[in-house]
Design a protein around this ligand. Structure first.
Ligand code: SF4
Length: 330
């Protein structure tokens, strides 16, 4: 057994000081799964700084029609906030399709964004895994990898990012706000998740003693007609094989704007920028949606068992766009 120490932070400055005091300290908040990771031998944290008392739970409407969400806002509270339901339904739907009712009452938005991949080789504590033990190899490359990524992979890691809500937040250009030793920073959500490249153990561009305090989503009228679709092996309490956040704006049959992101297929929440570029200015019909989806998946790299995701992702994108289009017409 490994000894653990514990503190409860009084405010943000206190939390930062407590974590900065030791290299093996870590923030503890709902959704981080830090305890699970310690038990699995993935995290080597020796001191936990509980931040659940910090006043970071607000879910507020911004004057531009966007959202300001405290990092400790609970998943269920964010999902059911009137401004989220009415102006960003894909964010609400993504949250409600994640985890279970009980977990959504405890998990925070910041914890959700920082959760680690569910790659079983990472969490079994013994398989070669470059995330857990840099340089040890990647058991998923040639092992059972049906759930693994096909976009953004490297020869060091092919793990998917597990969050649903991160997919919707990336689609709508959300911004992650942090505070740390150098003050406050604003990081585009798309940049908050790093590709594995040669250093899969580095997952976010933030320092050890840097804390997420809020997520802002800018006002975006297109988002009001958005949808989040999730395809998985069972209908609840399961991670996505493929998911899609989609929103489309059309004028006289021509696409004037589109937001599209994928989950379950990328090593990070995957903004489908190729597909978006292919769609804008073109016809808003299913054939165009199919061509755009194919363009996005053209760069996919499958490894046997996860090959089915290439087709499933394209179908998911088409269905998401069709449903969003129907919503804008009703
Ligand atoms: Fe580890 Fe990534 Fe390979 Fe999974 S896919 S075993 S997390 S290196």
């Amino acid at each position: 057994m490994r000894p653990l120490t514990y503190s409860r932070a009084r405010d943000v400055d206190d939390a930062l000081a407590l974590v900065a005091a030791g290299p093996d300290s870590a923030f503890l908040a709902g959704g981080t799964t830090e305890i699970d990771l310690i038990r699995a031998g993935v995290s080597r944290s020796g001191h936990l700084v509980d931040i659940n008392d910090l006043p970071l739970t607000a879910v507020e409407d911004r004057p531009d029609g966007g959202l300001h969400i405290g990092s400790l806002a609970r998943m269920n509270d964010v999902a059911r906030a009137p401004g989220v339901v009415s102006r960003f339904p894909a964010v609400s739907q993504a949250l409600l399709q994640g985890a279970s009712e009980q977990l959504r009452n405890m998990a925070s938005l910041g914890g959700n964004l920082c959760q680690r991949t569910r790659c079983p080789y990472l969490r079994d504590g013994v398989s070669p895994c470059n995330k857990r033990e840099p340089g040890s190899g990647c058991a998923a490359l040639d092992g059972p990898n049906r759930g693994h990524a096909i976009l953004g992979t490297s020869d060091r890691c092919i793990a998917t990012h597990p969050s649903d809500v991160a997919v919707a937040l990336v689609a709508f250009d959300a911004v992650v706000h942090t505070v740390g030793a150098v003050g406050g920073r604003a990081i585009a959500a798309d940049d908050f998740f790093l590709l594995p490249g040669a250093t899969p153990e580095v997952e976010h561009p933030i320092a050890h003693e840097e804390l997420i305090v809020a997520v802002d989503v800018p006002g975006d009228p297109i988002a009001a007609g958005s949808v989040y679709l999730k395809f998985r092996d069972r209908q609840s309490y399961e991670f996505a094989l493929v998911s899609v956040a989609a929103a489309i704006a059309v004028d006289d049959g021509v696409v004037t704007g589109v937001r599209l992101a994928l989950g379950g297929v990328g090593t990070k929440p995957w903004r489908a920028r190729r597909a978006e570029a292919a769609l804008v200015g073109g016809p808003a019909d299913e054939a165009a949606f199919r061509r755009a989806a194919a363009a996005e998946l053209a760069g996919a790299v499958a490894r046997g068992p996860n090959t089915f995701k290439i087709e499933l992702a394209q179908r998911a994108m088409v269905r998401g766009l069709v449903q969003s289009l129907k919503g804008t017409r009703s």
